[in-house]
Design a protein. Structure first.
Length: 193
């Protein structure tokens, strides 16, 4: 762009200005999606160079283009990007449907047939757990802090526990209605061979 200017004394000046016009920034995030309770989904964004996702709750990463979202309640995630002084944002709504009830069986058969061989619970949006199994004399036979670890029907010595009724105490940190709570579940389980 060039412009000629004349001063009040009649002197001419020429001013040359070079303008660099950057293309406008446009980012496009994934479509809104529905997940089941305790589920997750990968979010995506295109356009831009660096990103900031918010809120951070339930996201694996707030500054990457493809974070994993695991919200416990329906959440609107906003992704923003700024490049060369231009900024844009987009929103992805992750709808959380249903619930995942905790199920504790009352019988199991650790006979190595591949069916119902271990005792554990299923379901629930779990954060932490402590599992203890006792015999009828109060002797601790099994303890675990691993959510997926099952009791295989063996005593701490490695011997098979005999058929009968055993007692469990599960202390579980779980998500209910969007809130983290701790519950203690006590009951019996029958071991059949």
């Amino acid at each position: 762009f060039t412009d000629s200017l004349q001063s009040i004394t009649g002197c001419d000046s020429v001013v040359t200005t070079n303008l660099i016009v950057s293309p406008s920034l446009s980012i496009i995030a994934s479509n809104d999606t529905i997940i089941e309770a305790c589920g997750s989904v990968q979010l995506n964004v295109n356009g831009g160079v660096s990103y900031l996702w918010s809120p951070s709750i339930g996201l694996s990463c707030t500054s990457c283009p493809n974070p994993i979202a695991s919200p416990i309640i329906t959440t609107s995630y906003v992704v923003s990007s700024t490049t060369n002084g231009c900024s844009d944002n987009d929103t992805v709504i992750v709808v959380v449907e249903g619930s995942s009830p905790l199920i504790i069986p009352n019988v199991f058969t650790p006979n190595q047939d591949g069916v119902n061989d271990g005792f554990n619970f299923s379901g629930g949006c779990l954060n932490a757990v402590n599992k203890k199994i006792y015999n009828r004399w109060g002797q601790l036979l099994f303890e675990s802090n691993q959510i997926a670890e099952e009791w295989n029907g063996r005593m701490t010595s490695g011997e098979e526990a005999p058929e009968g009724t055993y007692f469990y105490i599960f202390t579980i940190s779980l998500i209910e209605d969007g809130n983290e709570i701790t519950k203690i579940f006590k009951g019996t389980v029958t071991l059949l061979r």
